[in-house]
Design a protein around this ligand. Structure first.
Ligand code: GLU
Length: 246
């Protein structure tokens, strides 16, 4: 089980994401990657060290106020670039190979136990899979449930997942929004710059030097990060300020 870092800010979050992955390297990993909202979806993935991923994002000018990043410890599918996170959905009958741009970008820590059934149902709807991971089914599932609100799509998707997950997700049509979920894998929320920027991470250590204002999410929580605002929703669907958690 490895690492997630994600954020929404008015500044470029990619240096925070890459540095966060470096702080999570101690957990061990076999590949790493970062995806951002930059016009559409853009990503860099690597089976090399996080430092080399950092060089790759610099050379490829991957920069945005909205992004997600991951270090992977493969459970389903070999350690290879095409299995590295972030995963993209492309919509039914589209693959990146035929030029369709991605719609949903997603990172996941954990294991989805019912991935075979979900994959079969999504393939029947025309979704084309590009990896051997259990994770890619979640990206396509959220895509299939999307109706203009990525938080609502995530909420509907997690109701169909069996297993363990920490997730961070964004959609190409919602450029300043990252949503997340926690069940069986760790995920924390960091409030930075006096509430102007927000981050998700597997461990508060990933955000050292960025913020020490940490909100510890509970099992079953969903989170919705937007520019300068965030909400936490518990397993019963109640939204609240975590400081006032009942
Ligand atoms: N099960 C997922 C995979 O194999 C996520 C592994 C992880 O937690 O890093 O890609």
């Amino acid at each position: 089980m490895c690492g997630i870092v994600a954020g929404v800010s008015g500044r470029d979050v990619v240096p925070v994401l890459v540095q966060g992955l470096q702080r999570l390297e101690y957990r061990g990993y076999d590949s790493c990657g970062v995806a951002v909202h930059q016009g559409g979806l853009k990503r860099a993935r690597s089976t090399a060290r996080v430092a080399e991923l950092g060089e790759q994002v610099r050379l490829e000018s991957v920069a945005s106020g909205t992004g997600i990043a991951h270090t992977r410890w493969a459970t389903h599918g070999a350690p290879a670039v095409h299995n590295a996170h972030p995963h993209f959905s492309h919509g039914p009958s589209h693959t990146s190979a035929n030029g369709a741009a991605g719609r949903v970008a997603l990172v996941h820590n954990g294991i989805i136990e019912n991935h075979d059934e979900l994959r079969a149902a999504l393939q029947a709807k025309g979704y084309v899979f590009e990896s051997q991971t259990d994770t890619e089914v979640i990206a396509h599932l959220i895509d299939s449930l999307y109706n203009g609100d990525v938080f609502a799509a995530l909420q509907a998707a997690v109701a169909q997942l069996h297993g363990a997950y920490a997730l961070a997700v964004f959609h190409k049509d919602e450029p300043h929004r990252v949503v997340g979920a926690r069940a069986g894998s760790p995920l924390i929320l960091g409030v930075g710059d006096g509430g102007k920027e927000h981050f998700l991470a597997s461990d508060a250590m990933a955000l050292a030097g960025v913020t020490d204002q940490i909100v510890y999410l509970e099992e079953g929580d969903l989170v919705d990060l937007q520019l300068g605002r965030y909400w936490v929703t518990d397993g019963q669907g109640r939204s609240f300020d975590p400081a006032q958690r009942p």
